[in-house]
Design a binder for this molecule. Structure first.
Ligand SMILES: [Ca+2]
Length: 709
């Protein structure tokens, strides 16, 4: 993953919301005006020559010129102007479009001149940003229009338009304009009224949903057996994702590929389908070189799939996030992406290897216009579409994030659907901390280890629910676990549901929220449309294909407890979910995250049964609730043959006989009545044993979370 903070975003000029807006009347915030020679009213920033230039005009208006001399350090040199701060001009959730015209003096390196629209708070701090496309008019002297669209986050008091040059050379900007394109109607406060939720069985959103999953990288590292059994694979089995995105590395040797195959085969055991991509494809100029490279890539895929049986590898993309030599570079060079993709396509076809190529893997959502380009220009060699998004511009308490992202998901999935294909949200996550502190680049979720962290358990599932309801096929939260701290001295990547800092593998609160979705929103399943009487309830409903079980998730964005009644209608099936069907209820409350010191997922907080065609319940303020029939109530048998022995290096080793239940998930180990660990192995090393006087007990836990005696 990589989401640059200021640079690089391509315009998505496709959608504007329709259903949730008031009349689409545009309000001018900043009107196009000629620049005077001193650029009065504009603030110049960075090391460059800034001037008005009456010799360069657009629509008769004088332009502003920025020149960066060769050798000057690049620091997003720009002119900027504050606007939208008159009373009533700017409110949170308002939508804005900024535009300007740009031309260059011949060749200017990418990204050249572009514009950004910032949202600023009362203290003039930036709290959100939208970027225009990059590279417009490069190598050309024609005027090209730049446009950036964005929604004002909570706390927005004003706007700032930035006209930026981040390359050596000269650009001119003219006719900068900002308009408000839409203002939301407030949502009603429904008070204590019971909220009605209807699953519409006549309206299928996706007939073959692939599941809520992860990006994972356990295959890239070496783990001790204890780490693998007690932490990584234990959590993998417990969260049970049916979809994963994995990175490969074409410089791995055959021994490493075989190690990776072992990981993928473990994922095959959990019914997980795999999307692979690479981070470091070589920069190649000729078709012959690309064909050679494609042969090497497909050699490795063929070894995994045919040689090792990793038949759960279904998708491949030639690079992460359109990167070739430089992050995101192919967004402005889609022909090169297509050339690599074609070479891979030909090689896969020649070997009759059924791996679908994915286009385009672009991030963030603003760059999904590359997916449109691919659908138009390379659909015949594309098997599946996909893109990424990180919620960098939306606060955790932004209740308008959900409808916004739902619309984006519908757009992305719609591009694929129009071609009869699926769309994967390959990576997504919350807001990135991109700071470099003491020489260490922090590619981390900005909310980790802050008082706001537990609210990620609302926002991240909300993004997943939007993707499900938007018709996305499958998704991968970045990431299942942190990258190990030991990987690099200058770069850390912490987004995981649990940590990887030395011996610290503790769970974060998000484990107990998003983990409910990976566990209960598995594919293959049918996604049904859901209607609610309250826009602050975000609900998704699926029926699993194999056992016909149901899972329903509700995020309650109300700051109050609400009564809900959930029904299902349509398709001539009545009642679709028979009376008496008992749903287990799982709750995540960010005010009281159900943290478990051994990292075990929380159990159900009760059952609710269908009565007279309805599930009737009460859900807490700002909570996530999952209702599911994907469970059984039969716990595993008691564990037999528990024995202890002294370990040669101190401590106690506990061993036991394996249980044989087909739905067995893991074991809990207790010393003197206190749980000291969990594992998928039949052995546990108690390194903290005080002497050899402890009384040990082992309890088997099944996939439904039922614990034996
Ligand atoms: Ca069971």
């Amino acid at each position: 993953m990589q989401t640059p903070l200021l640079p690089l975003t391509l315009l998505m000029a496709v959608l504007t919301a329709t259903c949730l807006h008031a009349a689409p009347k545009e309000t001018v915030i900043l009107a196009p005006q000629p620049f005077d020679d001193k650029l009065t009213g504009w603030e110049a920033r960075g090391q460059a020559e800034f001037a008005g230039d009456a010799q360069q005009t657009h629509d008769g208006h004088a332009a502003a010129r920025i020149t960066i001399a060769p050798g000057t350090p690049l620091s997003w040199q720009q002119i900027r102007k504050r606007c939208g701060d008159a009373p009533g001009e700017t409110q949170p959730a308002d939508q804005f479009r900024a535009s300007a015209w740009v031309r260059t003096d011949g060749a200017v390196a990418a990204p050249g001149g572009y514009l950004a629209l910032e949202f600023v708070d009362a203290a003039d701090n930036r709290i959100g940003i939208a970027h225009s496309q990059m590279g417009a008019g490069l190598g050309s002297t024609e005027w090209a229009q730049l446009t950036a669209e964005g929604t004002a986050p909570e706390g927005t008091k004003a706007l700032r338009i930035n006209l930026v040059l981040n390359a050596e050379g000269t650009v001119w900007f003219a006719d900068a304009e900002v308009v408000r394109t839409a203002r939301f109607e407030p949502w009603p406060d429904l008070g204590n009224a019971t909220r009605d939720i209807q699953i519409d069985l006549a309206k299928v959103v996706h007939p073959n949903f692939g599941g809520v999953g992860f990006h994972a990288f356990q295959q890239s590292f070496t783990w001790s057996k204890d780490e693998w059994d007690n932490v990584i694979y234990k959590k993998w089995r417990e969260l049970n994702p049916s979809f994963v995105r994995l990175n490969d590395n074409q410089s791995w040797d055959r021994a490493k590929w075989d190690d990776v195959a072992d990981h993928i085969l473990r994922m095959k055991q959990t019914g997980t389908e795999v999307y692979m991509t690479t981070w470091d494809p070589p920069v190649l100029k000729t078709d012959a070189e690309r064909r050679d490279y494609a042969r090497k890539v497909v050699d490795n895929l063929e070894h995994l799939i045919r040689g090792r049986g990793c038949t759960n590898i279904h998708y491949y993309c030639m690079s992460n996030e359109l990167s070739l030599g430089k992050w995101g570079s192919m967004a402005a060079d889609m022909e090169t992406f297509k050339a690599y993709h074609q070479a891979l396509f030909d090689e896969l076809k020649a070997r009759k290897l059924d791996v679908k190529l994915l286009a385009t893997d672009a991030s963030p959502v603003d760059w999904w216009n590359t997916v449109e380009w691919a659908a138009k220009n390379m659909d015949d060699i594309t098997g599946i579409y996909g893109g990424h998004h990180y919620v960098n511009d939306r606060a955790l308490d932004d209740e308008r994030f959900y409808p916004w992202f739902l619309e984006k998901a519908q757009w992305g999935a719609g591009i694929a659907k129009a071609k009869g294909k699926n769309f994967v949200l390959g990576e997504f996550g919350s807001k990135q901390d991109g700071r470099t502190i003491d020489g260490v680049m922090h590619d981390c979720c900005v909310y980790f280890d802050t008082p706001q962290e537990s609210m990620l358990g609302i926002q991240v599932p909300e993004a997943a629910i939007a993707a499900i309801n938007g018709g996305v096929y499958a998704m991968g939260y970045w990431t299942f676990m942190d990258l190990p701290d030991e990987m690099s001295k200058t770069y850390i990547n912490k987004w995981g549901l649990f940590r990887a800092s030395g011996q610290d593998h503790s769970t974060r609160s998000l484990y107990y929220a998003y983990g409910l979705l990976t566990k209960f929103f598995r594919g293959p399943a049918t996604v049904y449309a859901v209607e609610t009487s309250d826009p602050r309830l975000r609900v998704a409903a699926i029926q699993h294909h194999n056992r016909k079980t149901w899972s329903i998730v509700i995020v309650n964005r109300n700051k109050r407890e609400v009564s809900v009644q959930i029904g299902a209608r349509g398709a001539g099936v009545s009642p679709a979910i028979p009376d008496g069907t008992a749903f287990r209820k799982y709750v995540y409350d960010p005010a009281h995250p159900p943290m478990n010191p051994c990292g075990d997922l929380q159990g159900p907080s009760g059952k609710v049964a269908m009565k007279r065609g309805r599930l009737t319940d009460t859900i807490g303020p700002m909570t996530l609730t999952v209702y599911t029939t994907a469970y059984d109530d039969t716990p595993p048998a008691p564990v037999k043959g528990v024995k202890t022995e002294k370990a040669p290096d101190g401590g106690i080793v506990v061993r036991w006989q394996a249980n044989s239940e087909p739905d067995l998930c893991y074991y809990r180990i207790f010393r003197d009545g206190v749980q000291i660990g969990s594992t998928v192995a039949t052995k546990y090393s108690d390194r903290n044993a005080a002497g050899d006087t402890g009384v040990y007990k082992v309890v088997a836990v099944d996939q439904s979370g039922n614990a034996g005696r």
